[in-house]
Design a binder for this molecule. Sequence first.
Ligand code: ATP
Ligand code: LTN
Length: 332
Amino acid sequence: MKKTILSGSTVTGDLTLGNYIGAINTWTQLQDEYDCLYFLADLHALTVHQDPEVLRKRTHSFFAQYLALGLDPKKNIIFAQSQVPQHTELSWILTCLTPMGYLNRMTQFKEKAEKHVKNINAGLFTYPVLMAADILLYQADLVPVGEDQKQHLELCRDLVGYFENRYGKGIFKMPEPMIGKTGARIMSLQDPTKKMSKSDENDKNRISIIDDAKAIEKKFKSAATDSGSEIKYDVENKAGVSNLLTIYSVLSGKTIEQLENEYVGKMYGHLKVDLAQVVIQKLGPVKDKYDDLMKNRDYLDQLLVEGAERAEARAEATIKKVYDTVGLVRRR
Ligand code: ATP
Ligand code: LTN
């Protein structure tokens, strides 16, 4: 029996090189060996204000980017969260088991609450509970995420415990986080002490998957580097250069050490120019494929429906058991 993998990305902003390196690249490597489900977290996107038309378009755009980056809808179940209603059904039941104090400690909630002072809604607060529902519905064994999501995974695991204490064992599988070593946190190009984020207001902070060659060159050129001139991996003193080396290493397959040796005596500028080319070579064909896919929205919609149907069949098996266990009467 193959182990089950589940992961997703919120449908906000533009998918970045950080999302690719920290998440989607790993997903594509897992698709042959595991039973994989990957989804578009569009309900999670609603925790911050979304223009309805933009959100709708972005759902197609993210899906096309998943496919263009190499996720195969035949090998994986790829779907949109809102098209499988069991996510919200389980989320409510888990919400009723979650202590408020626990959610109050969540780093992402604190950060987002600070960023969206005018819209600190209850969804932003219960965001990690919906995420736990996403995972537990499919009895996932492993959840590949970037390091920033570790705390949410911990809540998910604790919720399995709370549920078992109250209702007994055997309903949910205990999921494990799967966090890559290199590239677990790609940093912002302008401020390498912050993570590269797809909903950052400043576009210069990130490389988007669908940026064209010119934009990629320009953004790397203006990336913040550190004082001194030595090209060396040292996160504490050379956060900018270290971030560039990490990106370079993941995309080229060379080790950081190899890169440091190659760039002895060279300047930051050399590294930036070369790195831009490595990224363009990787993302150029992805963008072409993406542009093609986006010309055929009907095809994308059809694939989304197929994905949702396959996901729903699995989600329903779990939610039925949960309804029975907690004493609710399931209609179907
Ligand atoms: P937002 O800016 O909207 O919060 P985000 O860029 O953090 O978005 P998510 O949707 O939260 O993206 O994350 C999708 C996946 O990408 C997660 O597994 C997350 O850990 C990973 N990820 C996001 N940003 C980075 C990054 N800078 N480096 C490595 N992995 C990342
Ligand atoms: N919160 C996640 C996206 C996400 C997710 C999930 C990831 C929503 N539900 C379930 C893994 C499993 C993020 O990366 N921001």
